[in-house]
Write a protein that binds this ligand. Structure first.
Ligand SMILES: NC(=O)c1ccc[n+]([C@@H]2O[C@H](COP(=O)([O-])OP(=O)(O)OC[C@H]3O[C@@H](n4cnc5c(N)ncnc54)[C@H](OP(=O)(O)O)[C@@H]3O)[C@@H](O)[C@H]2O)c1
Length: 328
């Protein structure tokens, strides 16, 4: 599997990253043997980045990925996790973040973690009830992150690139994170492509490209629009049954309906199905360090690896996809 530089860090990440979140549910709700088989297969296929968070399954995702990597005796996989402020924790940011890092390390069973991200959305103003941090709040987070780097608890830190586009860009410019999570898919590609004013969803203003220019590693999320880009509303039994879209349609069903426009990719023989199109679309952007996907079972990781091994989409398919974004 292709490895890409993670910004200007010394990390190289597999172009396909293993999502340990709750949308797919594998690393939170599956049986141990299914998790083990999936992680082992991913590692044997060259995947080296596993993305977790304290919020996923209330700590279960961190516990499971840490334990399974130990069981497989894998010490060189890269693990990322996330901290998140809520409620009164906004009054004590630095201490809260330091404590959360300690707790994540305990759950992971590790002495150090490769990268820690903020999980809160970012805005101009702090909005406690919405879990949104202000650009100023991030200053205190960064102090805690830097202390954790100095003490060897974390190697790198980054931000969640969700929230208000201008605020995210201000935070990136002010604090120079090592990495950023960014929403990127065929329905909302604005982190990687410029679109016109008729584009119907949030415009991330080429955040992905700006970060790449600054030497910031980029982690693509919502590559499958939470599953909607599979083209069907059916959810795997272990998956989150109600998925809230991020920067695409108002509902999951709206996103599924939108995928009809992309069926030509299958009809014209560019791909075998829409999930393949979504994953190969993401890796076609060489500015993206790693494309994370959410997984419900072994079959999905196996298929995703097969798709990635076919390489980026052909230029002709990308040109045709691009034309769709300029339709109001
Ligand atoms: N920074 C953040 O705030 C943030 C937010 C979201 C996600 N993330 C990270 O990104 C990861 C990915 O999650 P996501 O929310 O972005 O979801 P996603 O990857 O866009 O979608 C995941 C869904 O895609 C479907 N799928 C996966 N592989 C498939 C395949 N081979 N064929 C057909 N369908 C397939 C599954 O749906 P079914 O189960 O219904 O089949 C799965 O639940 C998370 O685990 C997490 O690590 C981070």
């Amino acid at each position: 599997m292709e490895l890409r530089n993670f910004g200007s860090t010394d990390l190289t990440m597999s172009v396909l990253g293993f999502g340990c979140g709750t949308v797919g549910g594998l690393m939170v709700r599956a049986e141990h043997k299914e998790m083990l088989k999936s992680v082992e297969y991913a590692i044997d296929s060259g995947i080296n980045y596993f993305d977790s968070a304290r919020m996923y399954g209330d700590g279960l995702s961190e516990i499971h990925i840490g334990a399974i990597l130990r069981e497989l005796d894998v010490s060189d996989a890269l693990v990322g996790t996330k901290v998140r402020l809520s409620g009164s924790e906004f009054n004590n940011i630095e201490t809260t973040i330091s404590t959360q890092i300690e707790n994540s390390l305990q759950r992971l069973g590790a002495e150090t973690v490769d990268i820690v991200y903020t999980h809160n959305t970012v805005g101009k103003e702090r909005k406690v009830d919405d879990g949104q941090v202000s650009v100023e709040d991030l200053e205190y987070v960064v102090v805690a992150f830097e202390k954790a780097v100095k003490s060897g608890k974390i190697r790198y830190w980054g931000f969640n690139g969700l929230g208000e586009t201008d605020a995210i860009k201000s935070a990136v410019n002010l604090y120079s994170p090592s990495g950023i999570h960014t929403c990127y898919n065929m329905i909302n590609p604005t982190s990687g492509y410029s679109v016109n004013d008729t584009f119907p969803y949030q415009n991330y203003g080429e955040l992905l490209n700006e970060c790449t220019k600054k030497g910031i590693g980029t982690v693509g999320i919502r590559i499958l629009a939470g599953g909607a880009l599979s083209g069907t509303p059916d959810r795997h039994p272990l998956a989150l049954q109600e998925v809230a879209p991020i920067a695409t349609g108002g509902t999951y069903q709206e996103d599924v309906d939108r995928t009809v426009s992309y069926k030509f990719l299958v009809d014209e023989g560019f791909v075998g199905n829409l999930a393949e199109a979504a994953i190969r679309f993401a890796i076609s952007n060489t500015n993206l360090s790693t494309a994370l996907i959410g997984l419900s079972n072994f079959d999905q990781i196996q298929k995703a690896i097969d798709f990635v091994n076919k390489g980026p989409l052909p230029g002709e398919a990308l040109d045709k996809i691009r034309k769709l974004w300029f339709v109001a």
